[in-house]
Design a protein around this ligand. Structure first.
Ligand SMILES: Cc1cc2nc3c(=O)[nH]c(=O)nc-3n(C[C@H](O)[C@H](O)[C@H](O)COP(=O)(O)OP(=O)(O)OC[C@H]3O[C@@H](n4cnc5c(N)ncnc54)[C@H](O)[C@@H]3O)c2cc1C
Length: 454
């Protein structure tokens, strides 16, 4: 008697015209993301692998793949560029990794709105919109390689969130085309808040094919480092610039000592032991920025015009958000990080309190943003000198005890990573509608059977 054919072999045979990646090393690499930032996730996820990776080039290829996988009950984990931090695109139960990077067309941009296929790189999307006078409203510091679908499925926001809040702020995402994971897949256009029920769900309740997003008028951003003798002065500067409505900016972060010492590529501009702010500002706002720096005893140690940034191919933006962590990890692999959200209006007080409580062990990295309600606040991606998983939990408890929300970056379950500990409203209904067989990235949502020890 013949041995039963493995479902993956069925897929290879049925869909032999698709672009399958079969090399074991590449499959292993395409099964991982940046979860190694967390010593906890590294231990839990490093051996997780897909059984196959496929890179579809058209809607028809995606539709045929989903139809076959639904019939054979093969799990599918969607991947953009794999820059996520929590094993978001790492398959826990094998199956197929669906690499969206080949499904990447820019569709159109007009009147401050753009539409593109989900696998487009954010850098390519902005390259297409800039000549028309528009830029993306918020983008992760990984925008060079990260995809639009990955930002929507796994991201939060980042550069530009100081103006437009996180991606989830109403009006940033206008619509999404998604496809159902069934034997006969259907295409569905979702608008506004309905589309957002798939946002930050790690591709567990819907596969997004296209996104329509609102844009912002573009500027030729000047990048600057301002250095300070004390953290209090740097924080005061950050607060003043964040609240100065007349200063047009795209990015503003504050790094407490000794983080600047860890940014070795910028060592010429960061005196040893300094505290620093990194700012991207419109040229017309530079005098006002300098005045504010002087008011807080700060000194501009680095300035590059947009033209110089382009020509030099080095941007300070790649030292902000989680790139601060990445650059610090290059120097000291014993570090890890946290993600915390402060309460608007109390944010400076909370930053000071946490800094005083944990100084030396937790190194403060503050990003000024508007929150989802439009209030100016800050979020933090502090570096942590890792000693043990127990101590990491204790530190997070201290944050929570002090009224600071933690979005835990050391878990691979959607609910556990959210400060609220629950799914967004409507996520469940979307699951029924788009993934009735529970085959999308299974194991990542507690409500749908995830959370078992791995
Ligand atoms: C150094 C560094 C800096 C970072 N900075 C930021 C930052 O500033 N802001 C921020 O928000 N994040 C940041 N991140 C996290 C990550 O880079 C972003 O969220 C990025 O947008 C993810 O895009 P990606 O294409 O790599 O997605 P992936 O990592 O490939 O996927 C992310 C999630 O989205 C899902 N997904 C991907 N495509 C689709 C689709 N078409 N339909 C449905 N689900 C989909 C995947 O299944 C996965 O769960 C950072 C990460 C690193 C390593």
């Amino acid at each position: 008697m013949n041995a039963p054919v493995h479902p993956i072999e069925h897929l290879h045979a049925e869909l032999s015209d698709l672009d399958w990646i079969t090399d074991e090393g590449r499959i292993a690499r395409l099964s991982q993301d940046f979860s190694w930032f967390s010593p906890v996730l590294k231990r839990q996820l490093e051996d997780k692998r897909a059984q196959a990776v496929v890179r579809p080039r058209s809607e028809d290829e995606i539709r045929r793949l989903l139809a076959s996988c639904a019939r054979l009950r093969v799990p599918v984990t969607v991947r953009g560029s794999g820059t996520g931090n929590y094993g978001q695109s790492t398959p826990l139960q094998g199956g197929v990794v669906l690499d969206m990077s080949g499904y990447n067309a820019f569709l159109w941009a007009r009147d401050g709105v753009a539409r593109a296929q989900a696998g487009i790189r954010l850098s390519d999307l902005e390259k297409a919109t800039r000549p028309l006078g528009w830029e993306l409203r918020c983008l992760p510091s990984t925008w060079r390689s990260a995809t639009l679908g990955g930002l929507f499925g796994g991201g939060f926001g980042g550069i530009g969130s100081i103006n437009h809040g996180p991606l989830a702020s109403r009006g940033n995402v206008l619509g999404a085309k998604a496809i159902t994971f069934e034997e006969e897949p259907r295409l569905v256009e979702l608008r506004g808040s309905e589309a957002m029920q798939l946002h930050h769900m790690w591709g567990t309740n819907g596969l997004v094919l296209e996104l329509e997003i609102a844009l912002a008028p573009c500027h030729d951003w000047t990048e600057q480092i301002v250095v300070f003798d004390t953290f209090e002065a740097a924080l005061g500067f950050g607060d003043a610039v964040s609240r100065a409505a007349g200063i047009v900016k795209r990015e503003l972060c504050v790094l407490s000592a000794p983080i600047p010492d860890l940014l070795r590529q910028l060592a010429d501009h960061l005196p040893a032991g300094c505290h620093a702010a990194i700012v991207a500002v419109a040229p017309a706002s530079e005098p006002a920025l300098q005045e504010t720096a002087a008011q807080f005893g700060g000194r501009v140690s680095y300035r590059r015009s947009a033209e110089e940034v382009r020509a030099g191919n080095r941007t300070l933006l790649e030292f902000t958000w989680n790139h601060t962590t990445l650059n610090a990890l290059k120097v000291d692999r014993t570090l890890t990080y946290l993600q915390s959200a402060f309460t608007a209006g109390q944010h400076l007080e909370q930053v000071r309190r946490i800094d005083a409580l944990l100084r030396g062990e937790v190194l403060m990295h503050v990003e000024f943003i508007r929150n989802i309600d439009g209030h100016m606040t800050c979020t933090a991606l502090p570096l942590v000198r890792f000693t043990s998983e127990e101590r990491l939990q204790e530190i997070m408890r201290l944050y929570r005890d002090n009224g600071v929300r933690i979005n835990d970056p050391h878990v691979f379950i959607v609910e556990d990573g959210r400060a609220q500990g629950t799914l967004v409203d409507g996520a469940e209904a979307m699951k029924q509608r788009f993934d009735p067989h529970n085959l999308l990235n299974p194991g990542k949502v507690r409500a749908w059977g995830g959370g078992a020890p791995v």
